[in-house]
Design a protein. Structure first.
Length: 424
């Protein structure tokens, strides 16, 4: 090659430079390789074992905590097991005390009516009516009156009132209209109950009243001792305030004694109705035999409230008197004035009952109301509640857009959505 010295020197310098760079790269590679090996050795010999050791310790702690939790649960179960066993033993003891005969006897005592066996049906004379009865019937029809006598001359029973009595429906009156649904709870006579149940409720009230009287007498004795003390030593207290308390206590004792006498008379009356034949009440004259064409104006003072009480008190005598009625329909003589007064009173009370609204209702389904005593309703029809369901599944309603009594009737309670007033 024909190269000059300058070119040779330049190539030599380049070779030396490249060799130096190669040596530097080699040294750098060796250094980095040494660091990498050192880091790898440190990771596998120190860092990774340390992390795994911490994970092992954490897992052991978790296992120990679970073990402690299981031990605590078992200890709690073991500590409560005797209590549970005692409870189970008590339950077994109570189960062994169950007596079917005693339970059935309790049910009998709770629902015993006290009525006697029904009387035999009397023989009905279906022969031709007499001229007198035909003439009276003709006069009634001519005057626009509907006869209320049956074929045997007995007055037709008021089936609405009998149904109300045997189904437990309460009959409200003037007081209920004036003072609301829960009127005079402390003065109840429980007439809506059968005689046996009425006696039991009255006896419970009697015992309660006797306890109150005994308590008030003890209070009175204490007040009398205080009066004696304050009279002898006035500095111990105010005598006037104790005398006021004594007067109040005396008035409460008098009220309790009046209530006690009232309950005793009610108990005597209810006891007299025990074992009376259940069908004997059909012959009791509840309303007069003549129905008025138009209600006459009657003031509150003219309402013969006492006649209803005396009629209820003498129910047993009425039964005996009406069993002696002959087949010709001859009835005992009744004064016309008292009959008219009783008739007006009954009409007035029934009219008051017809306007007692216990709440509102909406018909959920259509109901045809083909049977007697029911009424038809349509779905979503607005209704007024007159009598609530007492357990027989029926509710008495009135249609909102009608005021006539013909729209009143019973509808299945499950067909209605009820919205009763708060006092019901």
């Amino acid at each position: 090659l024909q190269l000059s010295r300058a070119e040779v020197a330049k190539a030599k310098l380049n070779s030396i430079s490249k060799s130096q760079q190669a040596n530097d790269a080699k040294s750098t590679y060796a250094l980095e390789l040494s660091k990498t090996n050192e880091s790898q050795h440190q990771f596998y010999t120190e860092l990774l074992p340390s992390v795994l050791e911490k994970l092992r310790e954490m897992d052991e702690d978790r296992i120990l905590k679970i073990q402690h939790l299981f031990q605590s649960c078992v200890e709690v179960e073991k500590s409560t097991l005797p209590i549970i066993l005692r409870c189970l033993d008590g339950m077994l003891e109570e189960v062994e005390k169950i007596s079917s005969a005693a339970d059935s006897q309790l049910v009998i005592e709770r629902y015993r009516s006290g009525y006697g066996l029904p009387e035999d049906f009397g023989f009905l004379d279906l022969g031709p009516e007499t001229a007198t009865s035909n003439g009276a019937a003709a006069d009634d029809l001519a005057n626009g009156h509907e006869p209320d006598e049956g074929a045997d001359g007995m007055p037709k029973p008021d089936f609405k009132q009998l149904n109300r009595a045997y189904s437990g429906r309460k009959k409200g009156g003037t007081l209920r209209k004036l003072f609301g649904h829960k009127w005079s709870e402390d003065k109840k006579d429980f007439n809506e109950l059968p005689p046996s149940q009425q006696c039991k409720r009255i006896q419970a009230k009697l015992r309660e009243c006797e306890r109150v009287i005994e308590k008030k007498h003890s209070e009175k004795q204490g007040l009398l001792k205080m009066i004696t003390l304050y009279t002898e030593k006035p500095q111990y207290g105010n005598l006037a305030s104790v005398e006021v308390e004594l007067s109040r206590c005396d008035s409460e004792i008098n009220l309790a004694m009046e209530e006690l006498h009232r309950l005793k008379s009610l108990l005597s009356e209810a006891s007299s109705r025990l074992n009376v034949p259940i069908n004997a009440a059909v012959g009791i004259p509840v309303v007069p035999s003549v129905r008025p064409l138009k209600r006459s104006s009657v003031s509150n003072d003219s309402l013969s409230h006492n006649s209803d009480i005396s009629q209820r008190n003498s129910s047993s005598q009425d039964i005996n008197s009406f069993t002696n009625v002959t087949s010709e329909g001859s009835l005992p003589h009744v004064d016309s004035d008292s009959c008219e007064s009783a008739n007006n009173n009954m009409y007035y009370n029934q009219d008051m009952d017809s306007v007692i609204i216990l709440g509102k209702a909406v018909a959920l389904y259509d109901f045809d109301g083909t049977t007697e005593g029911t009424t038809s309703v349509h779905e979503n029809e607005q209704l007024l509640v007159l009598e609530i369901d007492t357990g027989d599944g029926w509710t008495k309603i009135r249609k909102v857009n009608s005021t006539a009594s013909e729209s009143d009737g019973f509808v299945p309670t499950s067909y209605l959505s009820l919205d009763l007033y708060p006092e019901v």
